[in-house]
Design a binder for this molecule. Structure first.
Ligand SMILES: [Zn+2]
Ligand SMILES: [Zn+2]
Length: 371
């Protein structure tokens, strides 16, 4: 009888997960079966778990989770190297994109893989049930990008690479952040904190982090934020915009990034962008949530909005190199919570990661699961 392993099946918004056993697949010649070492609970996973948009119900019955690292358990017979030509063998730790561009559309033909309209639908449609991070194994499909992870990086450092870190790295480049620029991060969770450090490394002159939790803002400072604004101390939107104006010579920031996933943050953030500046939209992944917005502010302000979800594959090795270079400069491991949950406790991990529950949000930074 074939060997089996556990995975957490998503029962639907508000219903949590159920542990089930599935057959461990053998990889196709171009595929890799990965033993997941660590899986993160990302803000997006919380949106799905909560059911912040009706479309997330469609994910019920599958294995979700997308932020992870792991080791090669079974290598497809045709694979000898990673995507950069480095020798790859069973046991090697790897990092990979969790989405699958179709290579059969207009955007893919232009090399704009992050914009492929089919990349998400393909996530759930793998040849094995091990399609998500919340399983003992992950099936990396044929031909997909895969990158060997430098030994000097811990699992804690690498787990957010294929989501939070690559996402903000790609986003800030798409937004055109330049040396000396002022940058505002709305939200200092996993995305926002990484954005502060990446912006600094890209040469930002002033980084301002905004959040409602004091300990996150303290952490943002360690990740390069020069100034912080605590929403609990400055509850008025106009006052927060004013504060950013004061810190930026009355102009507003060159780039403002949204990493909280609340539509109202967008109208606030757009007011913080300088004339001719850029607003980077990353956090609002829940379909159907809307906000009031005066488009004339874009016209009269000559402002640009850049929206990104996911990234192009070259960003992963860039993000890994960033970690190697800055591993002693920023407390990367601290983004991940000290509380690690076994797969069986995934429901508790989500409950404790739920930042909207009063008093709980401050406890867990980024919950991780060790399947
Ligand atoms: Zn994520
Ligand atoms: Zn495509």
């Amino acid at each position: 009888m074939a060997e089996t392993a556990k995975a957490a099946v998503f029962k639907g918004p508000g219903q949590g997960y159920e542990i089930q056993e599935f057959e461990i697949p053998d990889p196709d010649p171009g595929a890799i079966v990965i033993k997941v070492a660590m899986a993160g609970v990302c803000g997006s996973d919380l949106h799905i778990w909560r059911g912040d948009s009706p479309v997330f119900a469609a994910m019920a019955g599958g294995v979700v989770g997308h932020e992870m690292t792991g080791r090669v358990a079974k290598l497809g017979s045709n694979i000898t190297t990673d995507s950069l030509g480095q020798p790859l063998a069973e046991g090697d730790r790897v990092c990979y994109a969790y989405f699958y561009p179709c290579h059969r559309c207009y955007q893919c033909n232009k090399g704009e893989y992050a914009a492929c309209p089919a990349k998400l639908a393909a996530m759930a449609a793998g040849p094995s049930p091990f399609n998500g991070a919340y399983g003992t194994y992950y099936y990396l499909r044929s031909g997909h990008w895969v990158f060997k992870v430098p030994d000097e990086l811990s699992d804690e450092m690498v787990t957010p690479v294929n989501c939070a870190l690559s996402q903000v790295t790609y986003g800030l480049q798409q937004a055109g952040l330049q040396m000396g620029d002022t940058f505002v991060a709305q939200g200092a969770g996993g995305l926002g904190m990484n954005a502060c450090a990446v912006a600094k490394e890209m040469g930002a002159g002033l980084v301002i982090a905004i959040d409602g939790l004091a300990d996150r803002l303290e952490m943002a400072k360690q990740f390069g934020a020069d100034e912080t604004i605590n929403i609990s101390e400055v509850p008025d939107v106009a006052a927060r915009v004013q504060k950013v104006m004061e810190l930026t010579g009355g102009r507003g920031a060159d780039v403002v990034g949204e990493f909280v996933g609340i539509p109202q943050a967008v109208s606030e953030g757009l007011q913080m962008v300088r004339g001719g500046g850029t607003y980077l939209e990353i956090g609002n992944i829940s379909f159907g949530n809307t906000m009031e917005f005066d488009p004339s502010s874009l016209v009269w302000g000559s402002k640009t909005i850049v929206g990104v979800v996911m990234y192009d594959p070259w960003v992963i090795p860039q993000a890994l190199n960033f970690l190697v270079r800055t591993k002693n400069k920023y407390p990367h491991e601290e983004v991940v919570s000290h509380d690690k949950y076994p797969l069986e406790d995934i429901n508790r991990a989500f409950e404790e990661a739920e930042w909207q529950k009063e008093g709980v949000g401050t406890k867990v930074r980024r919950a991780v699961i060790i399947p």
